[in-house]
Each structure stands twice: as structure tokens, then as C-alpha cells.
Design a protein around this ligand. Structure first.
Ligand code: MRU
Length: 366
């Protein structure tokens, strides 16, 4: 096994343990200082793990929600299908209230419910096993999806690479292995580059710190540098100077929900990064598994934006509060990048360019 593969095995974000009595996750709130796995077995702890970002990143939330439903359902005592399904729906609706923006949460819960709907003539034992199989299938598919995204993104890297110079890449938040089942989305081109024989030093990845929860500093730089890729952390407000100095040749970001017209919700700060990139003519790509594309949402204006605790800005990372008492803090977790700021949206099926609704439909999405 090569060292990148060993690294992937060390940081599997979401796992189903052999006893299938819980979901086993890396508690991402403790990274990079501690790689601690925790087992989550009650619906309240599952809801809390999503809300508190112990498990985070749109695809990982989807995998976790699917496994959580399979674990919860395996404990139901109901013996008839209708009561079993009623109980299931209550728990699924409850998990759906944990976070509003990442559509993969609802996508995964809907896929699990649809599976259950096809099983009305089966015994409860068979249904319980089938729900585990469906959750594991969602996880397996996510690996292939991010691999495909990575291959397409790697093609873009190859076009830009100049001999003898590390290729400057910027990313925002964490759309990496920690946020998915394996390769990440925005990081997949870099990991696939390693698989194709690039050295870690052939790339230089600038990780936006990502205020206020520091996913870029704590998570992306941690995982990329552990995989041997040259990595630098910059504060979010340094993106402009990096681009002005010509250090960034391409930007990859993930997304939490893409509207039918290509407007893309992602971690707060992404939209500003895209606007700067357009100014400096740096290509800006959104990496989007098709499960993240929500054709039922016409434009970004209809994407619900999660508002979070102001203490994440005021006091969370400091010994003493850094905002004086009584002062309000504005803390949206996501923003929406307008589609005309985006060079292309990479799904597992190919590279989409404007008009996006047509490009998505041509790929069979929606
Ligand atoms: O609030 P988070 O940390 O869950 O936000 C995550 C992001 O914004 C990611 O970029 C997105 O979910 C894509 S992960 C492949």
C-alpha cells in the first residue's frame, strides 16, 4: 500500500463498525491536534454531531445521515411495516433539522426513505439489512464520484503545469477527504495527481484559513500536508495579494448546494474569492457531486443559508472574548457564488459550463 493510500485509511471520516450499533466518526472539532474517533449511537447524538460539525462537509454529512438511519432503524422493535415506517420517518425528519444548507443531507435521507418505500413486502429483518446495504452503497458511490471529479480536475492541472515550477492552487474551507468518503471534491484533483505520479512538491496548495471555524487551517492543510503535498495557510483576506502576485493559477472549491442556474452555495467567503479570481483572471472551478445539484431550486436566492452562533466569531478561539460585550456579530455559515463568477462546475459526469441548467440536464441531472 502506498503512503497516500495509508493516509486515506487513517482518516476515514465516517465508518460503520462491525457490530453496526453506532456510526464511527473522526471528531473533526478536535483536529488537527487530536485524531479521535467517537461512536455515535443515539439520534440526539447524531443530530448534535452534524450541528456541532463533528462530522461536516456535504458528502460526509450525507453518508453519516444514511448510516445513522440504518443504525437507528436496526434497533426498532416494531414488527409491522407501517409502524416501522412511521417510526423511521419521525427519526429521518428529526435528523433533517440539524443543518439547512447542504442538500446532500436531504438527498441521502430521501434516498434511504425511498429504499424503505420499495420494501413494504419484505420482513423487518430483511428491511434492516437492506438499509445498511443502501447506506454502504452511498459511501462506495461517493468514492467513485470524487475520483471522477478528481480525474477531470487533474486534466485542468496538467494543462496549466509548467516544467520545474510547482503549480499554485488555492482552495477554501475543507472539501477534502475529511468531508467525503475518500478523495474529497476540491482536493480530488490533487490526490489524483499524486496517483498519476506527480510529487507533492509539483503543487503548492494555498489553503484559505476560512474564518470563523478555520476548516482550511485546521483540516485542509492538515490532510494535504499529511499526504505530502506542499501546503501554505493564508488568512482569507490574503487571497487578493496571492492572486495579484501571480501565485495562484487555479482555484477549486466544493459546494453545499448548487441551484439549477449554477449559483453555488459554499462556505462563507467563497463568493468573495470568486469575485477576486474573476478580477485577476484566475480560473475558478466548483467541484460538485451531482447529489449536490438541486434542480428544484431555481437560483441561489432560494438556497437557505444557515446562521450560526455569534460566539464562533466573538470568543470561540480566544482566551478572552475579542468583541466587546453587547456588540452584535453576523455569522452566516455559507454564501452563494453567482454562476457568472464561476469558470466551470465539475461533476462526476464531466465539466459543465454556462448555461448551467442546460449543461446539468445534458448530463442527465434533474
Ligand atoms: O460548515 P462545513 O464545514 O460543513 O462547510 C463545508 C463546506 O462548505 C464544503 O466546502 C462543502 O460542504 C463541500 S465538502 C466536499
Amino acid at each position: 500500500m502506498n503512503s497516500v493510500e495509508e493516509f486515506f485509511n487513517r482518516v476515514i471520516t465516517v465508518k460503520l463498525p462491525d457490530d453496526r450499533e453506532s456510526v464511527d466518526i473522526i471528531d473533526q472539532t478536535l483536529l488537527p491536534n487530536e485524531i479521535k474517533r467517537i461512536n455515535v449511537s443515539t439520534k440526539e447524538a447524531m443530530w448534535d454531531a452534524i450541528k456541532k460539525l463533528r462530522v461536516r462537509g456535504a458528502p460526509a454529512i450525507g453518508v453519516f445521515a444514511a448510516m445513522s438511519m440504518a443504525v437507528l432503524a436496526s434497533e426498532y422493535s416494531e414488527n409491522d411495516y407501517d409502524s416501522f415506517r412511521k417510526h423511521y420517518r419521525e427519526d429521518s425528519d428529526y435528523l433533517a433539522t440539524s443543518r439547512p444548507t447542504a442538500v446532500n443531507l436531504f438527498w441521502a435521507l430521501n434516498r434511504m426513505s425511498s429504499k424503505l418505500d420499495t420494501l413494504s413486502d419484505k420482513s423487518i429483518g430483511v428491511i434492516k439489512d437492506a438499509l445498511f446495504d443502501e447506506a454502504l452503497a452511498i459511501q462506495e458511490e461517493d468514492i467513485q464520484i470524487s475520483r471522477n471529479i478528481g480525474e477531470i480536475g487533474f486534466g485542468l492541472l496538467q494543462d496549466l503545469k509548467q516544467d520545474g515550477e510547482p503549480l499554485g492552487i488555492e482552495t477554501h474551507c475543507n472539501a477534502g477527504t475529511l468531508a467525503t468518503a475518500k478523495y474529497g471534491t476540491a482536493t480530488a484533483p490533487m490526490y489524483i495527481a499524486l496517483e498519476h505520479g506527480w510529487a507533492g512538491s509539483d503543487m503548492h496548495v494555498y489553503c484559505d484559513e476560512t474564518r470563523p471555524l478555520l476548516q482550511g487551517a485546521r483540516l485542509t492543510s492538515f490532510e494535504l500536508s499529511n499526504a505530502g503535498i506542499t501546503t501554505t495557510v493564508n488568512c482569507d483576506n490574503m487571497a487578493s495579494i496571492l492572486m495579484k502576485q501571480g501565485k495562484i493559477k487555479i482555484i477549486f472549491v466544493g459546494c453545499d448546494r448548487v441551484a439549477a442556474n449554477g449559483d453555488a452555495a459554499n462556505k462563507i467567503g467563497t463568493s468573495g474569492l470568486a469575485i477576486i479570481a474573476k478580477h485577476y483572471e484566475v480560473p475558478f472551478y466548483v467541484c460538485a457531486p451531482s447529489s449536490t445539484i438541486d434542480m428544484a431550486t431555481p437560483t441561489g436566492d432560494q438556497i437557505p443559508i444557515e446562521m450560526r452562533d455569534p460566539d464562533e466569531i466573538r470568543s470561540m478561539w480566544y482566551e478572552k472574548p475579542m468583541v466587546a460585550d453587547g456588540i452584535d456579530c453576523f455569522n452566516p455559515a455559507f454564501d452563494v457564488t453567482d454562476h457568472d463568477m464561476i469558470t466551470g462546475i465539475i461533476t462526476e459526469k464531466g465539466l459543465c459550463q454556462a448555461p448551467y441548467d442546460k449543461a446539468f440536464r445534458d448530463q442527465g441531472i434533474g
